[in-house]
Design a binder for this molecule. Structure first.
Ligand code: 9D3
Length: 258
């Protein structure tokens, strides 16, 4: 019997499991308990489990790093504790082992969607200069980076993956979820947002947003999305799905800006 006798509960899909292997479990724990992720965990939609790689050290000083063969700066994460930490995890449900590293493919929304279809992820956070290559060869299925800048370790990247993937799971966000998925799907930056007061330090709200004319509001927002994307991320614009009206709006923008 899996449920208490006589108790009929609503059928829930199993929580998506995120196993994070790290030397900084307290830092990861704090973030995973906060805000949207904390609420999703309490609601049983996701489960974030932390494994302290240092618990798998072999010596009484709990050493997990050592100097690089061949010499050079910095330290390397030893293969033993890391591989044993991964092997200590429950085997099911099957999950890819994903190393967060500057050498990985750049994580994006398409990758988040792909990972959100899986029942579980095993996220390995490197520290120091990186992990021993043999641990990577033996255990890592996939390597992800947040982009071309230097972090101190994989923790912030692992949490970014947990956050981006969790937001795509049914029930984690409110009713705005489908709208939000749609807006990223057409590949444009968002239009500016305004709330009260109607005037702030001499700055007013754009007329179109006060008109109550929903067609005019929609058109203004679309135009400002296109304007921002053109100015800030022209790379996105070349890949975006643009229709006839979008091209007219872009012509208007081109006529407005020198
Ligand atoms: C400055 C140190 N480096 C050259 C000597 C290499 C280096 C080693 C380890 C740079 C960064 C790190 C730690 N970074 C990550 O683990 C990491 C990361 C990142 O730094 N940038 C973007 N995405 C990621 S995902 C994991």
């Amino acid at each position: 019997m899996t449920a208490r006798a006589g108790v009929i509960d609503k059928q829930m899909p199993p929580a998506m499991i995120f196993d994070i292997l790290t030397l900084l479990p307290e830092a990861c724990q704090a973030y995973a308990q906060a805000s949207i992720l904390g609420r999703a965990q309490k609601a049983g939609l996701i489960q974030v489990r932390l494994t302290n790689v240092r618990d798998f050290a072999h010596d009484r000083h709990r050493t997990v790093d050592d100097a690089p063969y061949g010499g050079g700066n910095g330290m390397v994460m030893m293969p033993g504790p890391l591989v044993e930490a991964i092997e200590s995890l429950p085997p099911e449900p099957a999950a890819p082992v994903i190393l967060l590293s500057p050498q990985g493919q750049v994580f994006d929304q398409a990758t988040a969607r792909e990972l959100a279809a899986l029942p579980r992820l095993i996220l390995v956070c490197g520290r120091y200069e990186g992990i021993d290559e043999r641990a990577r060869l033996l255990k890592v299925d996939r390597e992800l980076s947040l982009g071309d800048f230097v972090l101190s370790g994989g923790e912030l990247a692992a949490l970014a993956v947990v956050d981006a993937v969790s937001r795509l799971l049914p029930g984690v966000l409110g009713g705005e979820q489908s709208a939000e998925a749609d807006s990223f799907m057409d590949g444009l930056l968002e239009h500016p947002h305004y709330t009260r007061p109607p005037e702030f330090r001499g700055l007013a709200i754009p007329e179109a947003l006060l008109s109550g004319n929903h067609a005019a509001i929609r058109r203004w927002r679309r135009k400002e999305s296109l304007r921002r994307t053109l100015r800030r991320r022209p790379d996105l614009l070349s890949r975006a799905q643009l229709d006839e009206e979008d091209r007219r709006l872009l012509d208007e923008i081109a006529a407005e800006e020198p």
